[in-house]
Design a protein around this ligand. Structure first.
Ligand SMILES: C[S@@+](CC[C@H](N)C(=O)[O-])C[C@H]1O[C@@H](n2cnc3c(N)ncnc32)[C@H](O)[C@@H]1O
Length: 334
């Protein structure tokens, strides 16, 4: 992480300031350090990645679980590995093309993985939905200020982040709750050509390690629908995002139609209604201190994840469970 980040980080538990003991630097970048607050909470930077997760978070890391499962199949089922890692993806079904991208990454074939990712995504999600995603990302890219501190929330594979690499004077921070996810993102960024370095920070969206009003631009792509809501209430989390942001929040996500009762019952059962529907989310943002509006919208048909032939028990996405006309939107909070 860059030295400049030290100024805006705080303890995610008590929000107190951190005392830093830096033991390894490379230029302006901290490779190894320890940080403690006056309340005795301790955090560390290892291999340049800062881990500022609430110590009570525990050790479940879905990226690590997925990666271990994939490695297990690749090492124990040579026939599946051979089909998945064949010289070309020809002959693989849509879902297996998608899983092949992860398998190529696991084998270090990063450039191939990167070049096959978009065709695999189109095969899985369809041209219309992918185009809507791209338009939303392009809207965010052209709207965000090129200066200041920009934090991307729940960065995952960096779908949105890669659109934010074009501004050298921006201090760009990728965050995710998964250290394994950020390590994989770093390998992906390394083959994305020339771009300014990205700060990688393990952080929980429900309890961020940033000082009040320290972020100029907060972004997320499919972050709100996918963060673990067992660990937090939407109103509390939106208030937490408001606390750290002095500038704008660009939230790119998919909304479902309210009259689709199948999905509505599913989202209600998992307490996701306030997040998956436009008006409830806008209302909740307004109640939690944001002036919120939808500034980009593109409707598209979303299809259930296609089945895999090589991994019959694996599914790419849990929703939609049936064809649904969704709205890909960018909600802007100020
Ligand atoms: C579907 S991905 C989001 C896509 C990503 N924004 C992109 O641009 O590619 C969801 C991510 O949320 C992360 N996540 C889940 N719970 C989280 C939390 N409480 N705080 C931060 N990240 C979280 C997961 O590790 C996962 O990487």
């Amino acid at each position: 992480m860059h030295n400049a980040l030290v100024e805006i980080l705080c303890c995610p538990v008590c929000r107190g300031s951190l005392r830093w003991h830096i033991t390894e630097r490379e230029g302006g970048w901290i490779q190894r350090a320890e940080a403690t607050c006056s309340g005795g909470h301790a955090f560390e930077v290892r291999d340049g990645i800062a881990d500022l997760l609430h110590p009570a978070h525990g050790s479940s890391d879905l990226w690590q679980t997925g990666s271990t499962a994939l490695q297990g199949v690749l090492s124990q089922q040579p026939d599946v590995a051979a089909r998945l890692l064949a010289p070309t993806p020809d002959g693989l079904c849509a879902a297996d093309r998608f899983f092949r991208v992860f398998a190529l990454e696991a084998r270090g074939r990063m450039l191939e993985a990167l070049s096959e990712e978009e065709p695999a995504s189109i095969a899985v999600y369809g041209v219309e939905l992918r185009r809507a995603f791209e338009e939303a990302a392009a809207f965010v890219q052209s709207s965000v200020t090129p200066q200041g501190v920009a934090v991307d929330l729940a960065s995952g594979r960096g779908t949105l982040l890669r659109h934010l690499l074009d501004a050298p004077s921006r201090l760009l921070v990728a965050t995710d709750i998964s250290l394994t996810g950020l390590q994989s993102l770093r390998r992906r960024l390394a083959v994305m050509g020339d771009h300014p370095p990205v700060n990688l920070l393990v952080a929980d969206a429900h309890r961020l390690p940033f000082a009040d009003e320290s972020i100029d631009t907060l972004t997320t792509w499919a972050g709100l629908p996918n963060i673990d809501w067992e660990a937090g209430q939407p109103a509390d989390t939106l208030r937490e995002l408001r606390r750290v942001t002095r500038g704008e929040f660009y939230n790119a996500q998919t909304f479902y139609p309210l009259d689709d009762l199948v999905h509505r019952h599913m989202f209600e059962a998992s307490s996701l209604s306030a997040i998956m529907y436009e008006t409830p989310l806008l209302n909740l943002m307004r109640q939690t201190g944001w002036a919120a509006s939808i500034e980009m919208r593109q409707d598209a048909m979303a299809y259930p994840s296609p089945p895999s032939e090589l991994f019959p028990d694996w599914q790419i996405d849990l929703v939609p469970v049936r064809e649904t006309r969704v709205s890909v939107c960018v909600v802007v909070g100020r």
